[in-house]
Design a protein around this ligand. Structure first.
Ligand code: PHE
Length: 339
């Protein structure tokens, strides 16, 4: 009898299956009303009294082993079935992962940074919430200066004025305050102007401004840098500088690039002239250098600033500036292939 019990124990231990029918057959075999255990307990009645204790314990152990085995097999079968519900068919080919795309503003911003970093410009950033000094006064725009109206401002607090920066020139002031020339930096960032929203203008947009200060920096240096930029960025090699006015530069100019008149779109975006205005620039006004504790007798510099949206609209033929901020996936998806 002992030998039989041991054989059954081994049989139970070795039993493996993941079919519920086989588990049920196993249960009937051992624990059913005509099962092995029933028969063994029947035979147990005939066992000699001196062996009863030992054999009784073995029989109980056998019954517990069979019950445990059945529970264990049922448990793992259920687990497998619920895994299947979660993962489905594990041998099925994978679903393709939806890749996101970089926002066109980021793409163009990175391109601009890349072009200027090749000629030694570093990147500087500053706060979007500014004080009056860094956004206006230090840039040669004292209180009541009429040119303050050129940039309709969102004020956060009055006296002292705290505002949303209207241009990234504020970053240049901060940079000059904290660094000694030579300075070669570009400042990309978000700017805010209290303007009506239309297809061509928005109250939030992005700029990149450049600043170069050293001894003997001339207007010719500025022109050459701008020419390099337009060649690299747009593949166009004709620019013109029109006299303009900015309080922080003197002389100041507006930069046009010759876009050409090859297609109907060229006619449309250049209004039939072939020329496109892309940025403002000029030689840093000596007052601005003084305000940042840079000696204008020793140093000169140039600065320029452009809107990133405007350049992105040109490069990708985007007709409406509002598309940048709507987060419409159908629009954003189109930039997947651009890194
Ligand atoms: N800050 C000017 C603007 O926002 C752009 C500019 C920058 C012009 C630097 C000249 C020099 O329009």
């Amino acid at each position: 009898m002992k030998q039989k019990i041991n054989d059954h124990l081994n049989d139970i231990q070795d039993f493996r299956t993941d079919s519920s029918e086989q588990i049920e057959a196993f249960r009937i075999k051992y624990l059913g009303s005509k099962g092995i255990l029933k028969q063994l307990f029947e035979a147990f009645k005939e066992v000699e009294p001196s062996l009863k204790k030992e054999i009784g314990q073995s029989l109980n152990h056998l019954r517990n082993s069979a019950t445990d085995k059945i529970n264990e097999l049922k448990g793992s079968l259920e687990q497998k079935q619920s895994d299947k519900k979660v993962y489905g068919d594990l041998s099925r080919p994978g679903e393709s992962v939806q890749l996101g795309a970089r926002h066109p503003i980021s793409i163009v911003k990175n391109q601009i940074i890349e072009v200027f970093s090749r000629i030694g410009f570093n990147v500087s950033e500053g706060p979007e919430i500014e004080d009056d000094w860094h956004n206006f006064t230090a840039l040669n725009l004292p209180e009541y200066h009429p040119a303050r109206d050129m940039q309709d401002t969102f004020f956060i607090e009055k006296d002292p004025d705290i505002l949303l920066r209207t241009h990234t020139s504020s970053v240049q002031v901060r940079y000059m305050e904290n660094h000694k020339p030579p300075i070669r930096t570009i400042s990309p960032g978000r700017v805010f102007r209290n303007e009506d929203i239309s297809a061509r203008a928005h109250c939030i947009f992005h700029q990149v401004e450049g600043l170069y200060i050293d001894t003997d920096v001339s207007f010719a240096d500025l022109k050459q840098t701008l020419l390099y930029f337009t060649k690299e960025m747009f593949g166009k090699s004709k620019i013109r500088l029109r006299p303009s006015y900015f309080p922080f530069t003197e002389p100041s100019a507006e930069v046009d690039i010759y876009w050409g008149l090859e297609t109907e779109i060229d006619y449309k975006i250049t209004k039939g002239t072939g020329w496109l205005e892309i940025m403002g620039c000029g030689m840093v006004d000596p007052n601005v250098l003084k305000n940042a504790n840079i000696d204008p007798e020793i140093y000169t510099g140039y600065a320029f600033g452009m809107g990133i949206e405007r350049i992105a609209m040109l490069l990708y033929q985007i007709p409406d500036i509002r598309m940048f901020y709507e987060n419409d996936v159908r629009f954003l998806e189109q930039f997947k292939s651009v890194v």
